[in-house]
Write a protein that binds this ligand. Structure first.
Ligand SMILES: *[C@@H]1O[C@H](CO)[C@@H](O)[C@H](O)[C@H]1NC(C)=O
Ligand SMILES: *[C@@H]1O[C@H](CO)[C@@H](O)[C@H](O)[C@H]1NC(C)=O
Ligand SMILES: *[C@@H]1O[C@H](CO)[C@@H](O)[C@H](O)[C@H]1NC(C)=O
Ligand SMILES: *[C@@H]1O[C@H](CO)[C@@H](O)[C@H](O)[C@H]1NC(C)=O
Ligand SMILES: *[C@@H]1O[C@H](CO)[C@@H](O)[C@H](O)[C@H]1NC(C)=O
Ligand SMILES: *[C@@H]1O[C@H](CO)[C@@H](O)[C@H](O)[C@H]1NC(C)=O
Ligand SMILES: *[C@@H]1O[C@H](CO)[C@@H](O)[C@H](O)[C@H]1NC(C)=O
Ligand SMILES: *[C@@H]1O[C@H](CO)[C@@H](O)[C@H](O)[C@H]1NC(C)=O
Ligand SMILES: *[C@@H]1O[C@H](CO)[C@@H](O)[C@H](O)[C@H]1NC(C)=O
Length: 772
């Protein structure tokens, strides 16, 4: 993180605050230590009545803190006049402001009346034609027609902005903008405010934090909501893109593109820039989205390794949940390692990524007429007809490769020479085309290798190798651009998808569920290169991207559909419906696998409750609901200090009379991690849960548990009888196991099975001996 000293007047003349500058003309900048940017929480109940607005009070508090700090550092001051260091005043996402402060100024502020906490402003990174039908969405039945495709639900996307001219944001078929919408289409550089329409109803941008951290950025940024990166255009169109015919990625995956909620509205909040992204801007974006009146927030970004009370996403989204806004976030791309999930926030949805059953394929036709398929995303229509072909084994000798430029080179992955090394060699050698023989299932970004490349599995590889061995003059044709559907086992948990447990709150099993996130086709900024061939950059209105950044907006779209069908449901109820109806069985009717751990079944630490199933989520039967006070009770049980809890809840009077770590959550995680004198002694852990009936009035459910290795699980009562809608029934899940498990993680499922056969309400259970 760049450190910096704020003595340049120019970089801080933020027009909004010009009228308050007089407060600071007396402030002389301290030379004791460089300034850093901080996000400061204040207790608004401590504000003297004399102040008309919170902002004025923040300004005054800051002014006196700066004055105090100046006095206490006598003899070291210079005469530079420092303008207002306030970057943002926040009103909803948190009570407080962000500002640039030296260490002594921060110390002085800490003793001000009303001060609650300060966190450093940190840099943050952002982590289809087909994914909708893969999820079972269709026009004839289910949640699409019943939700009117998410009509009128407003989705706020905090990301890198939007490409408003993209056909995915056309407003064909959209009704009038609802009167409750308070947002606006802010004009700016290369972005006329008339570019919004009935689909894209809001566009705003937040760059003050970026500029405060990196003053040079002021000269280069496109200061408007225009998306120069493409990421925000991709996520927004995945969640709520309108119908676009004939969309494809250079001919791959052709068809009609549409988002998960094609009739929902999009409001774009740009806080990710080509120059970087900072949490102060992200908070400002969430703050404004709350004020504008979004219904669902989509955050394909996150911060690693911070406790909840220092996590700007956790803090700002608590305010969103308080207002009934559903928040969908990405789990991160740091898998397949455990303890890597971010956004492990108990009040948001944390979405992992899965692969679909789609392959991008090409065909290799050998000189003897035999054809085999390979995987490829090579964008150009280059044709290789009767081109000489040579087998080079592991392509680890660059000099030899350089001698055979005009041939199709066949390379084979070995333990010694990784795919990465071989691809690098072939790239440098500039061979005509390349065929790799590999059994790597998860090719990830290799598929977009900048030369004509095809990836063959070992069976097809043997066919080619035998042909080359036998034929005195081996040749082949290569044909690219085919997409095959239903061709493989799916979904599978993606290798890159971050895994639980969550270090910020291990008591809550995260991620919550998974959604498609591998090679997702969606709209793209046409000025941002979609791929590169050789040194040539190629551009496209649509592109394929992979990441939990892509799976998050799928869940966002599903939440919008559910909000339309069930406007009365709380964010926790919507999350519960998505989780308990998700699938843990794949298209081959076997347990969903984990591509990050070949030949193993995906555990809930990888996929949460399972693969999202929008049609089933509409009608879950029972839900695990939670209120705001339940989250407060959890924070109290985590033994956070009063200030830490207040940082999250904003309220200075949190009721901690009944601390309770057992949140009414639709999943379970217990730790059996006492590796001490008596590791085999049996201990018991209990969970108390309440189910609310949102299905048929008269309904009976029976508990069903799958076996869990080393653990004895039981449920009491094991039968729940409901007689009316919204009735609550409680139960207790008891897990008995050794103080120290023999395996890192064991898991199973608790299902409440409707006796009339309409519903199965399934929750994952994880027992783990892992420690942070
Ligand atoms: C890309 O989209 C623009 C509108 O934003 C359209 O004019 C152009 O024809 C599209 N290009 C292709 C190749 O479809
Ligand atoms: C913005 O668009 C409107 C309507 O198309 C046009 O009249 C106006 O000149 C445009 N403004 C700019 C700055 O381009
Ligand atoms: C792989 O590398 C090891 C150590 O460098 C070497 O001993 C071995 O012969 C290599 N195997 C092959 C198949 O090249
Ligand atoms: C390789 O792919 C072919 C289809 O192209 C399939 O029949 C074969 O089983 C695959 N082999 C392996 C080892 O996956
Ligand atoms: C695409 O691949 C599928 C499956 O291998 C094959 O049946 C089809 O003929 C191919 N289409 C084209 C245009 O090559
Ligand atoms: C909080 O403190 C109590 C009392 O000291 C202790 O029993 C409990 O385990 C602590 N909880 C956590 C999550 O550390
Ligand atoms: C705190 O909550 C408890 C029940 O959980 C309630 O009895 C008590 O009145 C509450 N206290 C305040 C100050 O609201
Ligand atoms: C558990 O305890 C045993 C015996 O003290 C020790 O050998 C082992 O390394 C410990 N395992 C872990 C993961 O801490
Ligand atoms: C059931 O529990 C929910 C969530 O705790 C609560 O909001 C609701 O009021 C309860 N319903 C009844 C009928 O008690």
């Amino acid at each position: 993180m760049p450190s910096h000293c704020h003595n340049s007047m120019a970089s801080h003349a933020i027009p909004l605050h010009v009228c308050f500058l007089f407060f600071f003309f007396s402030h002389l900048s301290s030379t004791l230590g460089a300034s850093e940017n901080y996000i400061i929480q204040m207790d608004v109940s401590a504000m003297p009545k004399a102040f008309a607005a919170h902002h004025n009070w923040y300004m005054s508090t800051l002014a006196s803190a700066l004055e105090t700090s100046k006095i206490s550092t006598t003899g070291t001051t210079t005469t530079t006049i420092k303008p207002s260091p306030i970057i943002y005043s926040y009103t909803h996402a948190l009570n407080g402001f962000s500002a640039s402060l030296s260490p002594s100024e921060l110390e002085a502020l800490k003793s001000s009346s009303g001060y609650v906490s300060a966190i450093r402003d940190l840099p943050i990174k952002p982590d289809t034609t087909y994914s909708t039908s893969f999820l079972g969405l269709n026009s004839n039945s289910g949640v699409w027609p019943l939700s009117y495709y998410g009509e009128d639900v407003i989705i706020g996307v905090v990301d890198s902005g939007i490409w408003p001219e993209s056909k995915s944001f056309n407003d064909n078929g959209m009704s009038k903008i609802p009167l409750r919408w308070k947002g606006e289409c802010a004009g700016g550089r290369q972005f006329n405010s008339s570019l919004c329409n009935k689909k894209l109803i809001g566009a705003r941008f937040f760059s003050k934090g970026l500029v405060a951290n990196d003053p040079d950025a002021r000269a280069t940024i496109t200061n408007s909501a225009r998306d120069r990166l493409g990421h925000g255009t991709h996520t927004s169109s995945t969640a709520a893109g309108n119908y676009v015919d004939d969309a494809s990625y250079f001919g791959y995956s052709p068809g009609t593109a549409r988002g998960v909620a094609p009739r929902a509205r999009v409001a774009s909040y740009k806080a990710i820039w080509e120059e970087g992204a900072y949490t102060s801007d992200i908070i400002a974006a969430i703050d404004q989205a709350i004020i504008d009146g979004v219904d669902v927030l989509s955050l394909s970004l996150g911060l690693d390794g911070v406790p909840l009370y220092e996590d700007p996403i956790a803090i700002a989204t608590f305010a969103a949940i308080e207002r009934g806004i559903f928040v969908s976030t990405s789990a991160g791309n740091a898998g397949p390692f455990l303890w890597t999930v971010h956004n492990g926030v108990p009040w948001v949805l944390t979405v992992g990524a899965s692969n679909m059953d789609r392959d991008f394929v090409g065909v290799v036709t050998l000189g003897n007429g035999v054809s085999v398929n390979g995987r490829t995303l090579y964008p150009l229509n280059s044709s290789f007809n009767q081109t000489p072909m040579v087998f080079m084994g592991a392509c680890d000798r660059l000099n030899e490769l350089k001698k055979i430029r005009n041939k199709i080179v066949v390379c084979e992955e070995t333990k010694n020479a990784t795919l990465h090394v071989q691809i690098d060699n072939v790239k440098q050698a500039k061979v005509a085309a390349c065929v790799f023989v590999t059994n790597t299932a998860d090719l990830g970004f290799y598929l977009q290798t900048p030369m004509p490349t095809m990836f063959l599995n070992s069976t097809n590889g043997e066919i080619i190798k035998n042909y080359i061995k036998i034929d005195s003059n081996p040749k082949a044709n290569l044909k690219f651009h085919n997409t095959s559907l239903g061709s493989k086992q799916a979904p599978v948990a993606s290798a890159f998808s971050s895994r639980g447990p969550s270090s910020s709150c291990p008591h809550i099993l995260k991620p919550d569920l998974m959604a498609p996130g591998d090679f997702i086709l969606a709209a793209w900024s046409p000025t941002s290169p979609a791929t590169t061939v050789g040194n040539q950059k190629l551009y496209s209105n649509f592109t394929v991207l992979s990441g939990t950044s892509m799976s998050c907006p799928h869940a966002t779209g599903v939440a919008a559909l559910l909000k339309k069908v069930h406007p009365e449901w709380s964010p926790a109820a919507i999350r519960s419906a998505m989780m308990t109806t998700s699938d843990n069985i794949d298209n081959m009717n076997s347990p969903i696998k984990d591509i990050g751990r070949p030949n193993t079944v995906a555990t809930p630490l990888a996929m949460g409750a399972g693969q999202i199933n929008p049609n089933k989520a509409m009608d879950p039967g029972l839900i695990y609901d939670a209120k705001l006070q339940d989250y407060v009770n959890l924070l109290c049980a985590l033994n956070y200090t009063k200030q830490q809890i207040q940082t999250i809840t904003k309220s200075g009077s949190n009721n901690c009379s009944s601390p309770f770590s057992d949140l009414n959550y639709p999943s379970f995680i217990a730790f059996f991690n006492k590796n001490d004198t008596n590791p085999d002694a049996i201990i018991t852990q209990e969970f108390h849960r309440t189910l609310t009936n949102v299905g048929e009035e008269q309904s009976t459910y029976i508990a069903s548990l799958t076996p869990i290795k080393e653990i004895r699980a039981s449920v009491t009562p094991n039968k729940l009888v409901f007689t009316k809608k919204n009735e609550n029934q409680s139960f207790k899940l008891r897990l008995e196991g050794p103080r120290w498990l023999k395996q890192d993680e064991v898991f199973g499922y608790l299902s409440w099975v409707h006796t009339a056969g309409k519903y199965i309400v399934r929750s994952p259970i994880v027992a783990s001996r892992l420690s942070l």
